[in-house]
Design a protein around this ligand. Structure first.
Ligand code: UD1
Length: 420
């Protein structure tokens, strides 16, 4: 297991290119199951989660190869319709194969995911959506067994807006007979890109980018290629690094419109931002000001950014409240931030962050992907040396973060191979 060793206090300056979006890629990859042929996903990030999805697709008979950020997927040989527990426990996004397998092959056996590092993450909405499309579903031995001779269009109204359930419903409905209506659909950019990809494959979808999607099912789809959108969470994480560490940081290959909730809050915190169509330049504030955020569905502040925001607020002037309205107990990073000298108290689904003058380096432990990012950010400004252990969590969602931070001027290195 690798660790990062960070000597804090360096100023960051320069530019960093943002990679393709993890969460878009994890939806686009299973979407290729819907047609037989060879697809290319350009701008695919080299991440552990992408590798996990490739391994899963290979077990079904897909040929998956990632070369220089182009992922080639050949779906002609699919002969197995199962997502085993070994994959699901590594990555919950494995559930994304349910809709496409059911729609194209009329059957799927997909493991139930169980819990997550920070609490329960149910899949009832995925299952209900498949049932609304006429699938017969049985839950036994920890698995979802789904069957349908041909899915039928139906009305799916989500009580809770869910990224994954919307993606699964979309992928199932494009091949269903008749029209499907998805109400209260997720409007995250990654779902919008999935819908656009399905259209290039021959799907008929109206209302893309809105919370009301109307899908007219087609008998079959054809393969297609796509360039993955930039990762707004990686981008947001680098913006926070820039705001914490002084200097001027430019992000390239980014879509600023996907980040307005984060950039607006950074401005409130005192940073100066300048955007073009595909760059964001952040000049760090001389004095960081405390700003409350509430994580909510897009275009609200992303839950995947709240841990990083807490790291920023840990050294801001004043007290802020970081609330998560999506995942009520996503605060595993807080005890680790306390080890670095932060003054934070968790109350219900909120972290009350009282800014301190400085943090001090220590050994801390990654518990999940975004928690790890927050610890690295804190380490960048902590006095002395911070060691972030178990960074395999980080590798799920950030490609070569240490190299990118190093290029901006950070003193961070990966120490490989020992049991930490
Ligand atoms: C996706 C993202 C994840 C992000 C999350 C919220 C991917 C691969 N992951 O996860 O990074 O943090 O969106 O933006 O894209 N829910 C149910 N029943 C369900 C499904 C969800 O109750 O069947 C609830 C969840 O517990 C949560 C809310 O719905 O409270 C939103 O979760 P959802 O949007 O589904 O998250 P994911 O798609 O799993």
């Amino acid at each position: 297991m690798d660790k990062f060793v960070i000597h804090g206090g360096r100023t960051l300056n320069g530019s960093v290119a943002i990679g393709g979006a993890k969460n878009a890629t994890l939806a686009l990859m299973p979407a290729t199951i819907l047609a037989g042929g060879v697809s290319h996903l350009y701008n695919t990030p080299a991440l552990r989660d992408v590798n996990t999805m490739s391994v899963l697709l290979r077990t079904m008979g897909v040929v998956a190869e990632l070369n220089d950020h182009t992922l080639t997927l050949d779906t002609r040989g699919i002969n197995k319709f199962e997502a085993p527990y070994e994959h699901m426990k590594k990555m919950r996004a494995s559930i994304y194969v349910l809709g496409p397998l059911l729609a194209r092959f009329g059957q799927a056996k997909v493991s139930l995911p169980g819990g997550c590092a920070w609490g329960p993450r149910p899949v009832n909405l995925h299952i209900e959506a498949m049932r609304k499309l006429g699938a017969e579903i049985e839950l036994r031995e920890g698995y979802i067994y789904a069957k349908a001779t041909r899915l039928q269009g139906g009305r799916i109204h989500f009580d809770v807006s869910s990224v994954g359930a919307t993606g699964n419903a979309l992928m199932a409905a494009v091949l269903a007979r008749g029209t499907t209506l998805i109400e209260n659909a997720a409007i995250e950019p990654e779902i919008t890109q999935l819908a656009e990809f399905l259209v290039t494959m021959g799907g008929h979808i109206h209302g893309i980018g809105t919370s009301r999607l109307e899908i007219e099912g087609v008998a079959d789809l054809h393969v297609s290629d796509i360039t993955t959108i930039p990762d707004r969470i990686e981008a947001g994480t680098f913006l926070i690094a820039g705001a914490l560490c002084g200097g001027r940081t430019t992000l390239t290959r980014v879509i600023p419109a996907h980040l307005t909730a984060v950039t607006a809050k950074l401005e409130d915190a005192g940073a100066v931002l300048h955007t073009t169509t595909d760059t964001i330049t952040l000049t760090a504030p001389r004095k960081l000001v405390s700003v409350d955020v509430t994580a909510s569905i897009y275009p609200g502040f992303p839950t995947d950014m709240q841990a990083q925001w807490s790291a920023l607020m840990a050294v801001a002037d004043g007290t802020s409240v970081v609330t998560d309205s999506i995942y009520f107990d996503r605060f595993k990073h807080i005890p680790e931030l306390l080890r670095l000298g932060a003054d934070i108290e968790v109350k219900d689904n909120a972290a009350v962050v009282r800014g301190v003058r400085s943090l001090t380096g220590a050994k801390v432990m990654s518990t999940d992907l975004r928690a790890s990012a927050s610890l690295i950010l804190a380490g960048l400004i902590a006095r002395g040396t911070t060691e972030v252990l178990r960074v395999y969590h980080l590798d799920r969602g950030y490609e070569a973060i240490e190299k990118k931070l190093h290029a901006l001027g950070a003193d961070i290195e990966r120490v490989a191979g020992e049991e930490f």
